[in-house]
Design a protein around this ligand. Structure first.
Ligand code: SF4
Ligand code: F3S
Ligand code: FES
Length: 248
């Protein structure tokens, strides 16, 4: 049964903006992105919103709904009461382009800073062999749709713009962990994880894991194991002595 939903949407650009109130028709089974589209179609044709698949798979429609990072296309209206005001704002950690669209290029910069998969040079493509357990470990991380909600929620950069140059964020620290745990990756990524990508900034608050729409266990399965690997390297006396004696 249809009803009139109360929508509050942030309108503006990188200079200034404000929350504006709208009343938009809502129908059973709809999601917040349906309301945004109806708002565009009926009252605010210049409203900017990024979306693509409407199926939770492209990672484009990331925003904040009542202050919580979410995919607009996967946030059902049924989680609100008809009388609730639904407030939709752009992701706070990235600069606003216009309305609900943010400039997420920080994330692509961080992606480019991670050295690519480095298989053993003597293996030809097609000769790679690995255990199923290792395939499955990588597969969890590869469900990532690059929505950047985890990057958006992490307090290390959410309230600290100055940390951005030194911190890759959970999505890309997870990528480093994936490669470090990959049995065919011959690069040693532990020193760089700490020194160049800011693993030490993460204090395991797990907010990234809580908002991940793919339910990836970012903290438990990627960040903590990576921290353990870095700690083993730094504090294992045998490793320490080996580094002293044989470091090239
Ligand atoms: Fe989005 Fe999860 Fe990937 Fe982070 S790890 S970018 S929250 S899908
Ligand atoms: Fe940030 Fe996730 Fe660590 S939210 S502090 S990267 S556990
Ligand atoms: Fe693709 Fe929402 S529109 S994830």
């Amino acid at each position: 049964m249809g009803y009139e939903a109360k929508l509050r949407v942030w309108r503006g650009d990188d200079g200034a903006g404000e929350l504006r109130d709208y009343t938009v028709e809502a129908n059973e089974g709809e999601v917040v992105l349906d309301l945004i589209h109806r708002l565009q179609a009926t009252q605010a044709p210049d409203l900017a919103v990024r979306w693509n698949c409407k199926a939770g798979k492209c990672g484009s429609c990331s925003a904040e709904v009542n202050g919580r990072p979410r995919l607009l296309c996967m946030t059902r209206l049924s989680v609100f009461r008809p009388e609730d005001v639904i407030t939709v704002t752009p992701m706070r950690t990235f600069p606003v382009v216009r309305d609900l669209v943010t400039d997420v290029s920080y994330n692509y910069t961080k992606a480019r800073e991670i050295p690519a998969f480095a298989p053993p040079p003597e293996l030809e493509p097609g000769e790679y062999r690995m255990q199923q357990v290792d395939v499955e470990r990588s597969q969890e991380f590869r469900k990532c749709i690059e929505c950047f909600l985890c990057q958006n929620v992490c307090h290390v950069i959410r309230d600290h713009e100055e940390n951005k140059p030194a911190f890759a964020g959970p999505r890309f620290l997870m990528r480093i962990a994936e490669l470090e745990m990959h049995p065919l990756d011959v690069a040693d990524r532990r020193d760089a994880a700490q020194a160049e990508h800011g693993l030490g900034y993460c204090n395991i608050t797990k907010c990234c894991t809580e908002v991940c729409p793919e339910n990836i266990h970012i903290t438990d399965n990627a960040l903590i194991p990576m921290k353990e690997r870095v700690a083993d390297r730094r504090y294992d006396p045998v490793v320490w002595l080996g580094n002293k004696l044989f470091r090239r």
